[in-house]
Design a protein around this ligand. Structure first.
Ligand SMILES: [Zn+2]
Length: 235
């Protein structure tokens, strides 16, 4: 069952997953694919197996900053689909990968029919809100270097040590100037923690990256474990 590559879908018991699996389709998505536009209705819900979905807030002045990252530990679009709401963000594939996709209407029907499935999706939404709040605090309070290291650790958890990312993209995700990212990347490379060239960043020393990262990622991970590793979580 390929859908079990997503952590949330893997929480479902065989009966529940069987009931919704006919509505789920596995598709590959490429870096840069747009899953939702700000203020547009959510038509599909995405459960990543691999790759990373990025939620980006855009400002009228042309600025943008990432407020949330979703990998195989989560879902994009479920809470909006449950209430027929629009997307608050521009949502894009940050790292290409496979996802299980279901239409918003079918997801809502399944959640209405299976309250425990709805409960699981609501739980994830609570976690995602916590992640966004932590990101807001992090963006305001922590240095670009600490934030970059935190971000690289998260990327490593979801996509491995070899990342296809330009510094322009990284700067945009973090809401800082390209020169700031270049400076930090140079420091990390000099310290032997990463190498980067032509849109590829390779992580060499996770311990050192962890030492320079702010605490935000580990706080968010602890929160996730508290929510989903309790005994009653399986549906
Ligand atoms: Zn932080």
């Amino acid at each position: 069952m390929p859908h079990r590559k997503n952590f949330l879908l893997n929480r479902l018991g065989p009966d529940v997953l069987d009931r919704i699996s006919s509505a789920l389709v596995v598709v590959p998505l490429a870096q840069g694919d747009v899953l939702a536009e700000s203020h547009a209705r959510i038509e599909k819900v995405y459960f990543p197996h691999t790759g990373i979905i990025s939620c980006v807030v855009e400002t009228i002045g042309g600025g943008a900053i990432e407020t949330g990252m979703i990998g195989n530990d989560g879902v994009f679009g479920a809470s909006q689909a449950l209430d027929d709401k629009v997307s608050l963000n521009h949502v894009v594939m940050q790292v290409s990968g496979d996802v299980s996709v279901i239409s918003s209407d079918l997801l809502r029907e399944a959640a209405d029919a299976i309250p425990a499935f709805r409960g699981l999706l609501v739980k994830y939404d609570q976690f995602f809100l916590a992640q966004v709040q932590q990101t807001a605090a992090c963006n305001a309070l922590h240095t670009v270097q600490a934030r970059t290291c935190k971000w690289l650790l998260r990327m490593h958890d979801l996509a491995g040590a070899d990342l296809l990312l330009t510094q322009d993209f990284l700067a945009q995700m973090m809401g800082v100037r390209r020169t700031s990212v270049t400076e930090v990347a140079g420091e990390l490379q000099k310290a032997g923690m990463i190498t980067y060239s032509r849109g590829r960043i390779r992580l060499l020393d996770l311990d050192m990256i962890g030492q320079r990262a702010c605490e935000c990622e580990s706080d968010v991970r602890s929160h996730y474990r508290r929510i989903f590793h309790s005994n009653e979580a399986d549906v």
